[in-house]
Design a protein around this ligand. Structure first.
Ligand code: MGD
Ligand code: MGD
Ligand code: SF4
Ligand code: MO
Length: 720
């Protein structure tokens, strides 16, 4: 357990004044993490959590989800012991077992499957990035399976994969050096604090007078505050970026010296940009030419400027091209790796994914077997696959069967496209083990459920902010039930699978190994609290960019070698009024799914009273004109329907959305429904999304979640 910091007189006061026993400095990880916190303990129980004013990334601020950790950790429905299925699959009958029995059952099954069908018949999975994936990849590689299920095909993985081939690393906003203009592109960072960002940093930049451009089909808080708001048609971001590039190139607003010295493929790139003149861009995107000009001039002429990009650009068929065209914008305006621009931070010297995860341990003949690897070749390069290939392998046995799943921290029944297919596949897979906090609709289909520890219950080198150069010491404060960290689960299961030589005797040994290059042990590191890599700007002046040509590749030699278009291009969404005019007669609205709620994380937290009280029901945003036409009032339950099915959400009428667009939330199930399905298909928007491989981004297999077609209509009173 971590020791208290109450030797500090100021804390002494706080502790004794309020009757706490100790207070521990740690780092929250309800979302992707990164907020420094103070955890107050009384009689062995956490009784209060507050932001740590000394933390350099959040300066004491916290979001509602982090503050509600108490209600999550001590929730009466939390899984506190290993469970095994005691009835039929999905019947909701469970029996408590010991950790030994749980891990022996899983390892025995995995050995049988590996022996009979090969390690590739076992898929290991997680969901959004949670910084335990280093252990998961290590376990999977040593097991010999190339099939690791993640959300990376459509979240963040694409960003890493394509920025690496374009400019060597992921360029992130350098808020510390005060950008004078910020472009928030398909991102609601003040609500979502995703990956290496906290909305707080953007808010600070704006308070200091930075100009703001927002690209979003919805009138978010940031769009309302913007100097220029580009309200585009969902799914048309690449075309809009081509519009901005046109203005910047035609009006010679680009950084000529940078372009001359540091970009590759300029002439061919310009030719491609010219294929998208402004009037064509307006027609595709619905954004008026004048607005495009205004935004392009503001961005290119205000230095330094950075682009804060979000998930929406990745969850479309244009996933890769969106990511690289924004990188191209940063590069040609001279905003790459300069103070206050988009920079390539230097991580501290520790062993993370590629070293600790032991990528190289996966034998080449196994790597070749990665499902879908030959189709989604960029994803394959970073060991990511698109989930449908796993569901297909389970359901059809092709190209080879997947017989067993181990899922840590993911709820694919709710969070993956084509939920009906996901549900079927998980119901039919021969064996499944799930590590989670709760019996989610996914966990309910498992054979074994493992009780996972929350961030309050683990010691960990939290690398959630590594692309900002930070790693943090997350410290174990309490033990709850028999919950184990994911790390410990992989360590113990790995040993049972014959991987003993790669895992330390205990978790602390693994942390020491991870930290070794920094010269610190875990014990020393946790006293220090965090480490930061040494930042250097304009590294390219000395060493070029880390790409095959050492330049920013506007023309990508890597994508060309992989057999893709080396230049960005705009593709129309597979389902849109343009690509499917006939279908649009029956399904007239463009549906964008998954805009976040500030109080939930994906499918999580619906059981947390403080949070559910703020946001009791799923919400679909529609324009009042549409509502009137459909006889819908604000707050009514409505059906949203696509050719894949229909679900029910509550209408929120808003003029902040185009009448041709409907925006629905994802992540909904109802823990209060005690049936083991927990209403997984009532309001789950992924019943409507399509995971057909031909609708996915051809490089990453990203599913198109942000630009579909739908119809909406009032739900019957009795059905509400
Ligand atoms: N509270 C909370 N925080 C979260 C999460 C959560 O579920 N809840 N999820 C986490 C995860 S894994 C992720 S990936 C991040 C995502 O973080 P964000 O990128 O901020 O996520 P969203 O709110 O889904 O989308 C951002 C904006 O994109 C807009 N948008 C929709 N369609 C389009 C489009 O076609 N083009 C453009 N330009 N914009 C569009 C939406 O209106 C929305 O305002 O958040 C992380 N943080
Ligand atoms: N339609 C639509 N679907 C989407 C999106 C969208 O915008 N639209 N967004 C997508 C995106 S960007 C992402 S990243 C995915 C996210 O997909 P998931 O990662 O599957 O989403 P979560 O609901 O966060 O599921 C995480 C589960 O892990 C549990 N959990 C949390 N922390 C831990 C932990 O430390 N250990 C263990 N073992 N369990 C833990 C939680 O209780 C929860 O059940 O969803 C995607 N789904
Ligand atoms: S933003 Fe994330 S890390 Fe920060 S308090 Fe909220 S949930 Fe915790
Ligand atoms: Mo995500």
């Amino acid at each position: 357990m971590a020791e208290s910091i109450h030797s500090n007189p100021e804390w002494e006061m706080k502790l004794h004044g309020y009757g706490y026993d100790s207070v521990v400095k740690s780092y929250c990880r309800i979302c992707h993490g990164g907020c420094g916190v103070l955890v107050y303990v009384k009689d062995g129980t956490v009784v209060k959590i507050e932001g740590d004013p000394e933390c350099p990334t959040n300066h004491g601020s916290m979001c509602p989800k982090g503050m509600a950790t108490l209600q999550l950790a001590y929730h009466p429905d939390r899984v506190l012991y290993p469970l095994k299925r005691a009835g039929g699959k999905g019947e909701g009958k469970w029996q408590r077992i010991s950790w030994d029995e749980a891990l022996d059952t899983i390892s025995t099954k995995f050995k049988q499957v590996k022996e009979k069908c090969g390690a590739e018949a076992i898929a290991v999975g997680y969901g959004t990035g949670r910084d335990y994936e280093v252990y998961l990849y290590r376990f999977a590689n040593l097991l010999g399976t190339p099939n690791v299920l993640t959300a990376g095909h459509q979240c963040y993985g694409s960003r890493i994969a394509v920025t690496t081939v374009t400019c060597g690393n992921l360029p992130v906003c350098d808020y510390e050096r005060e950008p004078k203009c910020v472009v928030v592109w398909g991102n609601n960072v003040v609500w979502t604090n995703p990956d290496e960002y906290k909305g707080e940093s953007l808010s600070r930049a704006l308070s200091k007078g930075a100009k703001l451009i927002v690209v979003d089909p919805r009138l978010t808080y940031l769009a309302g505050r913007a100097d220029v708001w580009l309200q585009l048609r969902p799914g048309t971001d690449t075309a809009l970026a081509f519009g901005l590039l046109n203005v910047i190139i035609n009006e010679e607003l680009y950084d000529k010296e940078f372009v001359e010295k540091y970009v590759y493929g300029w002439e061919k790139f310009i030719e491609r940009v010219r294929e998208y003149p402004l009037d064509k861009v307006e027609e595709i995107t619905w954004v008026p030419v004048e607005k495009i000009r205004e935004a392009a001039r503001l961005y290119a002429q205000t230095k330094p400027a950075c682009i804060q990009w979000g998930i929406s650009i990745e969850q479309t068929i244009n996933c890769i091209d969106n990511n690289r065209i924004l990188t191209d914008l940063m590069a040609i305006t001279g905003n790459l790796d300069v103070p206050g621009g988009n920079v390539l931070f230097v991580p501290p010297p520790i062993r993370v994914a590629s070293k600790f995860g032991a990528h190289r341990q996966l034998p080449p003949e196994q790597r070749k077997k990665r499902l879908g690897g030959e189709t989604f070749r960029l994803a394959n390069r970073i060991a990511v696959l698109t989930p449908k290939v796993v569901w297909d392998a389970i359901l059809t046995g092709k190209p080879y069967p997947v017989k067993a799943l181990l899922l840590h921290g993911t709820n694919p029944v709710i969070t993956r496209a084509n939920a009906n297919e996901v549900y079927l596949a998980l119901s039919q897979v021969e064996f499944m083990a799930v590590a989670d906090f709760f019996l989610t609709p996914t966990a309910e289909l498992a054979d074994i459920v493992l009780p996972a520890a929350t961030w309050l219950e683990i010691d960990h080198v939290a690398d959630c902010w590594k692309r900002h150069g930070y790693v943090f010491a997350r410290r174990k404060v309490v033990q709850i039930g028999e919950c184990w960290s994911d790390h410990k689960i992989f360590n113990e299961l790995g040993k049972r699978m014959g991987q003993g030589e790669y895992w330390s005797d205990d978790v602390e040994g693994d942390l020491d190994y991870m930290l070794e290059p920094s010269g610190l042990t875990w014990k020393q590191f946790k006293e220090k609290g965090y480490l930061r890599g040494k930042m250097e700007y304009r590294k390219y002046e000395k060493q070029g960019f880390s790409t095959p040509t050492r330049k920013v590749e506007l023309y990508s030699t890597v994508l060309e070698d992989l057999g893709y278009d080396p230049l960005p291009q705009y593709r129309e969404a597979p389902e849109s009024p343009v690509s499917k005019p006939e279908m649009a007669k029956e399904y007239p609205y463009i549906l964008t799914t998954g805009f976040r709620s500030p109080v939930f994380f994906h499918s999580e937290h619906r059981m947390i009273p403080w949070l559910r009280e703020i946001h009791p029901d799923p919400i679909v945003e529609i324009h009042p004109q549409v509502a009137e036409k459909c006889g819908i009032k604000d707050g009514d339950w409505v059906f949203i329907e696509s050719p894949r099915g229909r679900v029910k959400q509550r209408a929120r009428l808003t003029i902040g959305i185009d009448p041709r667009v409907v925006a629905a939330q994802h992540g909904w199930w109802f823990p209060e429904i005690k049936d083991p399905g927990h209403g997984w298909n009532t309001s789950n928007i992924n019943i409507l999304t399509n995971n057909a491989l031909e609708h996915a981004d051809p490089t990453m297999g990203s599913n198109n979640l942000r630009a579909l077609l739908c119809k909406i209509y009032a739900a019957e009173e009795s059905e509400g």
